[in-house]
Design a protein around this ligand. Structure first.
Ligand SMILES: C[S@@+](CC[C@H](N)C(=O)[O-])C[C@H]1O[C@@H](n2cnc3c(N)ncnc32)[C@H](O)[C@@H]1O
Length: 823
């Protein structure tokens, strides 16, 4: 790419840099002329898309190498690497059409052993699999002599049989029923409701009276245990009613003078209501998650991941996802089970055993199919370019015409091509041209490549820049970042952390209409690929519903937020957080007054200027929308009269006359330069502790050094400065690591106290910190844990409603553990 860019003549580059949406076809056409006469470009396209260099195709020799490596690891007892090697072998192993049937059966059965959920997706009444599997394995063993694919699976299955204690397939009777196994697994995980539902479905699936009786006994035992050990936990959800029926809430697209289109409510909407759900127009996995997450639903991959049938790029969590993404396999569904169930259980089964047949869905366009010919451009080009390819193919195919007409009008998404930086404009031109050539090689339809077609893709890329959403998954880890092991909670061996992992990028047509506010009143999250939007406060009829595109009050100050929004989204935010003074923006990066008993704040030039600008602008604006999502400054302060108030900081409009370095309350002067260098020095020491946490090498010496640095920071920075919250948090982690949980708890609490000043009440960021505090309190058997967990559950319920447990499974464990302490 860099070589290509530097070879472009200056005059052509300038033409691209100065281009606007209107003259795009000409600039794209000029660049195309140049590239077509440039050998390096042809070589690049050949490397990326040519069939003779299809590095991502299936390859028998590579498969055999991986298999041999797997066998070696297996015999030396290195089971994790053996399994990984077999997965890689499967990824590159060619599948002949006549082998497909055997593979299907085998994969189907293997998945049944490994993962009840996935088995149930294919056949909800999955019963009596073990004898089938046994015979299938015998057959596979014979077949493995001639067929590497099956051979690999045989070893893989053997591995599973031999070492997965919970899923021993040769057990007979009830263990054959996937629902039953799921029920028992959920019961031991403490997921009581699911366990009861699973066992009820299992009972209805079981054909023998004896089997049913046995399940009945199991159910009874579970009910008895539950009522004995778990009296219903009284969560004080502050009368929080969760409204989870988005179809009952009507939103409308409105036009605003300064934000273009936006979404508003047509009626009053209570807090925590699910207001919108939507499937994506297109979605793509991010590069860093390609080996760890399913390329279709973006959930974490299980151990026995499913490779694509035709190329070696994607992995899927199930064949269902593989099929939806573009594979060619189809499983008939077993609907008989649904007939005998109650309505509630029918819904439950439909939820677990995803009931979907893409062949009957004309809307469904497999998004990986055109990338599946073994060429490696889909794995080499940046994710957003692959996403553009997916959108392009989808819109051409949906229209059933090969003519490329105006994609902008078809997708109806906004963009800011003209405001993009010259560098990004040039890259978009080059990538659009390369992408079209790659698609020409890979798609089933003809693509006429000319200036107009390339211009369409350039616009598509600029639409993706401002409209795509990053899909994140919440991951629970222990303090050092290892995956959370639930069984360690009760032993007090774990203190939990919440980590947000960016897994994908997606375009949602209606989701793109929600504008930004730094004090949002809605929150977006994802269940698999589905976008869900929920109100985080009550919203009056006619008010705008606004998301945060990233920066929020409490996280960054107004100056940093606006820099980000201008660079990424080409607008200057006028939300109340950015147009009115608020305590959070003032204190977030502030210094403290040199007088020890003065609560006033001292600002540097950049923050002070930004705040002055707000005040000046506010004076000029006679009207501010009363319906804008707002953030009550007074909410930031507790009722305690001794606490500093926003008014005290501002000294009743003194701020416009103040200079950097002077306390806004008493006017005392602080030398900001020396203060900054002292802060930098303290942070160096804190960073050493952070490194020690990562390498799990926290010594008493580093801890005491960092504690002294915290003390120093507190004497220089304002008490609500975000850095202090960060350092308190780092110290909490470090004390957890050395097993000194009481100071860990105190530091964690101190961090939360600051966050409560910076963010609105019950903000999700506070929820994340409460996860840490509750796990420390649980480990200490501290009875106040229940209070913390109530607050945590309250926040998670507001942000995720009934999805809270799905998004953050440890919540259920926390509730269960609290019961043990309370009792
Ligand atoms: C995802 S789109 C939102 C929908 C868009 N308003 C439309 O008409 O299609 C993002 C773009 O909307 C505009 N936008 C979003 N929030 C805004 C805000 N608070 N103030 C001004 N413009 C905003 C910006 O142009 C931004 O790049």
């Amino acid at each position: 790419m860099e070589k290509l860019k530097s070879a472009i003549p200056e005059s052509l580059k300038r033409m691209v840099w100065d281009s606007t949406e209107h003259n795009l076809p000409q600039t794209c056409s000029s660049l195309l002329d140049f590239l077509l006469h440039f050998p390096l470009f042809h070589q690049m396209v050949k490397d990326l898309a040519g069939s003779d260099r299809a590095l991502c195709g299936k390859n028998k020799e590579d498969a055999l190498k991986w298999k041999a490596k797997g066998n070696h690891c297996f015999t030396t007892g290195d089971y994790p690497n053996a399994l990984d090697s077999y997965s890689q072998a499967l990824r590159v192993a060619p599948i002949q059409a006549d082998e497909m049937d055997n593979n299907l059966k085998m994969n189907h059965l293997t998945e049944c052993v490994r993962d009840c959920d996935r088995a149930l997706q294919f056949s909800p009444s999955y019963a009596k699999v073990s004898s089938l599997l046994y015979h299938a394995l015998k057959k596979i063993y014979v077949l493995s002599i001639t067929c590497i694919f099956q051979g690999i699976y045989f070893v893989k299955v053997s591995f599973i049989i031999g070492f997965d204690v919970s899923m021993l397939i040769f057990r007979s009777g009830l263990m054959d029923i996937a629902w039953y196994r799921r029920g028992l697994a959920n019961a031991s995980l403490g997921v009581y409701d699911y366990a009861v539902n699973d066992l009820n479905v299992a009972k209805s699936v079981e054909v023998s009276a004896g089997g049913r009786g046995q399940i009945e006994n199991e159910l009874q035992t579970l009910l008895d245990q539950h009522s004995r050990t778990n009296p219903p936990l009284q969560l004080s959800l502050e009368n929080l009613n969760i409204f989870d029926e988005p179809h009952q809430i009507k939103l409308q697209c409105v036009n605003t003078p300064d934000k273009a289109r936006g979404m508003a409510s047509t009626s009053d909407i209570p807090r925590a209501s699910l207001v919108h759900t939507e499937e994506p127009l297109a979605i793509v996995i991010l590069k860093n998650c390609r080996e760890s997450h399913c390329h279709y639903c973006l959930n974490e991959l299980p151990v026995d991941k499913v490779p694509c049938t035709s190329c070696s790029i994607p992995f899927y969590c199930s064949q269902n996802c593989q099929l939806l993404a573009g594979g060619r396999l189809y499983y008939p569904r077993d609907r008989v089970i649904l007939e005998n169930l109650s309505d509630t259980l029918k819904q439950y089964v439909a939820q677990i055993a995803l009931d979907y047949n893409p062949e009957t869905d004309s809307e469904h366009i497999p998004e990986h199919k055109h990338e599946c010919k073994g060429a490696h451009w889909p794995s080499v080009l940046p994710s957003e370019i692959v996403l553009a390819g997916r959108l392009f193919v989808k819109s051409v195919m949906q229209r059933g015409s090969q003519e490329i007409s105006n994609l902008r009008e078809i997708l109806e998404l906004s963009h800011h091509y003209s405001q993009m930086s010259p560098e990004i404009k040039l890259e978009s031109h080059i990538y659009s041209t390369v992408l079209l050539f790659c698609l020409q090689h890979s798609s089933d339809f003809e693509i006429q490549i000319n200036g107009f077609a390339i211009a369409q893709v350039v616009i598509l890329i600029s639409q993706i820049r401002v409209n795509s959403m990053t899909i994140v998954r919440m991951k629970s880890t222990d303090i050092q970042g290892h995956d959370y092991q639930y069984d360690k909670v009760s032993s007090g061996a774990l203190t939990s952390n919440v980590e947000q992992v960016k897994v994908g990028q997606a375009i949602y047509r209606d989701g793109s209409l929600f504008n930004h506010s730094c004090q949002p009143n809605i929150h977006a999250y994802f269940i698999s690929r589905t976008l869900c939007i929920r109100t985080t406060e009550s919203v009056a009829a006619g008010c705008d519903l606004e998301l945060s595109y990233g920066p929020q009050v409490g996280q960054w100050d107004a100056k940093d937020r606006n820099e980000f929004l201008e660079n990424e989204y080409s607008f200057r935010c006028q939300c109340s957080g950015c147009s009115k003074a608020n305590l959070s923006d003032l204190v977030l990066n502030a210094f403290r007054c040199v007088k020890s008993n003065c609560p006033g704040i001292v600002l540097d030039a950049s923050v002070l200027n930004c705040e002055k600008h707000k005040i000046k602008k506010l004076a000029n604006i006679s009207r501010t929308s009363s319906c804008e999502p707002h953030f009550q400054a007074e909410n930031l302060n507790s009722d305690n009269k001794n606490e500093v108030t926003l008014d005290a900081f501002l000294c009743s409009n003194n701020l416009p006359n103040m200079n950097p370095g002077f306390c806004l309350k008493c006017g005392s002067y602080r030398d900001l330069e020396s203060s900054r260098s002292a802060v930098d020095k303290a942070w160096k020491c804190i960073r050493r502790l952070q490194d020690a946490i990562v390498s799990e090498d926290v010594s008493g010496f580093k801890l005491s050094d960092a504690s002294k640095s915290l003390h120093l920071l507190k004497s220089i920075l304002h008490a609500y400065n975000r850095s202090i919250a960060e350092v308190e948090d780092i110290l909490a982690q470090a004390f957890c690591l050395v097993g000194d949980l009481q100071p860990a708890r105190d530091h964690c609490k101190a961090s939360i106290e600051i966050l409560e000043k910076l963010y609105p009440r019950n903000h999700i960021v506070i929820g994340h910190e409460l996860v840490k505090l509750s796990s420390i309190q649980l480990a200490l058997r501290d009875s106040t844990a229940s209070e913390t967990i109530n607050q945590l559950a309250n926040i998670f319920s507001c942000y995720y409603g009934k999805h809270a447990d799905t998004i953050f499974p440890p919540l259920q464990i926390f509730r269960k553990e609290t019961q043990k302490i309370v009792l």
